[in-house]
Ligand binder design. Sequence first.
Ligand SMILES: C[S@@+](CC[C@H](N)C(=O)[O-])C[C@H]1O[C@@H](n2cnc3c(N)ncnc32)[C@H](O)[C@@H]1O
Length: 264
Amino acid sequence: MFCLVAVSDDSQKATRCHMESPVDPSDAWPELAPDYEQARSKEDSLDRLVEWPAQRDILGDVTERSVLDVGCGNGGKLAELVGDGATACVGVDVSGNFLSAPPAGLEFIRGDLNELDSMSGLAGRTFDRILFLQSFGYAKDPVRTLQTARAMLADNGFILLSKTQPIRYAVERAEQNKTSLGEEYFSTARFSYLSSWNDQITLRKRPYTISDLINVFGAAGLWIETAIEPQLSEDARRRYPHKQAWMNKYLGILIFKLRPHSAQ
Ligand SMILES: C[S@@+](CC[C@H](N)C(=O)[O-])C[C@H]1O[C@@H](n2cnc3c(N)ncnc32)[C@H](O)[C@@H]1O
């Protein structure tokens, strides 16, 4: 049996879900995390070439800003933000695969992003920036998770959320299932991904459309200040044509800068 999750990288192959599994998709991460970080650190990883540069650009000047990174992985992105002047930063991740020597001003909490509101290390705290970078798909109740994060925003704070283009999965499944893009994009059936970071692990994914995402943001009392679909730079296109070929086919990720509606 397999079934599982979603990651933005191109190093996964979609497989058909032969059996529904009751297993929580997050359960795979304690085992998968080191393989993910190894793939992410490669010279030609899309996180390195496209995703993190675009995410970092939207964050702007983080001097004296507090940052909560939800689903932070090993915390490397947060450590970079601390190096750029961010303070009082917290990374939360279910895997516990954190940097062994985080810089001063950065702490990690091993925990479930579905329980942000009951995490003692977050009680009473607010943050200038709250990040969900390729982790929001693990929210069991996406509206509630964003409402909880929204309540932790400091004045003038925002949420930065990145998510894989849902069209990417639709293209893959249409090829595998010999169906059409539209059939797969609007399908509500769960599907699975076999991780090439660890071929013993399969991740199950809940399908979503772009309008699903936008409606979740609205229901959580958030509005989209900026949305971007980052692409490779000209230089990276020349150096890594295989990555450009992947982007041409699967589009990449969506990044949203979300602000709270003041009335809610
Ligand atoms: C695709 S990785 C992204 C990591 C990092 N945000 C980045 O941009 O490189 C997804 C992360 O979500 C974490 N994750 C999955 N389910 C989670 C949960 N229920 N609670 C907290 N973290 C979770 C995983 O452990 C993993 O580190």
